[in-house]
Design a binder for this molecule. Structure first.
Ligand SMILES: [Zn+2]
Length: 254
């Protein structure tokens, strides 16, 4: 009698143990499968990397800019010989930055970023030309960038020149320079129309932001694959304004 009670007791314990084990095993395996399924993996020529989602990429840029503006930059953000060695296998940038060529605003420094982290495209006035769009498309369609930032800045010479050229077209520069400046005139006109009593400094600042918004919209209008990615939530495009006084970058929806 005692023996049979003992046998029943151990059988119950064994069954309970089996139930707990099975539940834990399947819960944990479901979690890991879900985790693997959520993450997008990028693979190219034997190089692989996890793709960083746009929301996370934006947080990383904001954190990097906070470090830069408060002068607590990373000791090594990833620019060492060792970093270069790792990057020999491939690149996995987490954001694309279309920025002005102005020498005072290098995106890698303003975002405290290392090699292989930012896919940077630059020209005077951070404008969208066909080759600019091609570079941006490459980073999002054939590489790992899922965040596009169009970044204007304080005291932009290209925008200032566009405002001047608009008033005195007879005082143009070279044909190539005139063509760059002319493309920026619509942004100045829109900024000026919004406030007829605007000061010159405010006009330039507003035109910089207007140009950023126009370029953000033009990227989506010009590229069907990027438009589809954006509509599905896989890609984000945001505007940004870099301030030289504070070193801070303000992000805004285009
Ligand atoms: Zn500029």
């Amino acid at each position: 009698m005692r023996r049979s009670n003992l046998a029943v007791f151990f059988t119950v314990i064994a069954v309970l143990g089996l139930i707990v084990f099975t539940t834990l095993y399947f819960t944990s395996s479901q979690k890991s499968v879900k985790g693997a399924g959520d993450a997008e993996l990028f693979e190219k020529n034997g190089f692989s990397a996890v793709v960083i989602k746009p929301e996370k990429a934006l947080e990383m840029l904001q954190a990097g800019n906070r470090r830069y503006a408060t002068e607590v930059r990373l000791k090594d953000p990833g620019v060492s010989r060792n970093a270069r060695k790792i990057l020999l296998k491939g690149q996995a940038p987490f954001a694309t930055i279309l920025a002005c060529a102005d020498s005072r605003f290098p995106p890698e420094l303003f975002f405290d970023a290392g090699l292989g982290q930012l896919f940077v495209v630059r020209n005077a006035g951070n404008q969208l030309f066909p080759d600019t769009l091609g570079s941006i498309e490459y980073a999002s369609l054939y590489s790992t960038s899922r965040l596009i930032v169009v970044m204007g800045h304080q005291s932009c010479g290209a925008i200032t020149e566009a405002a001047r050229f608009m008033r005195q077209p007879e005082n143009g520069a070279t044909p190539a320079l005139n063509s760059i400046v002319c493309t920026l005139i619509p942004a100045v006109l829109i900024a000026g129309k919004k406030d007829l009593n605007i000061s010159e400094d405010k006009l330039i600042d507003d035109a910089v932001k207007e140009n950023v918004r126009m370029v953000c919209r033009a990227i989506l209008q010009s590229s069907e694959p990027l438009r589809k990615m954006s509509a599905s939530g896989k890609l984000k495009i945001v505007g940004a304004y870099a301030d030289l006084d504070s070193g801070k970058i303000e992000f805004f929806q285009p």
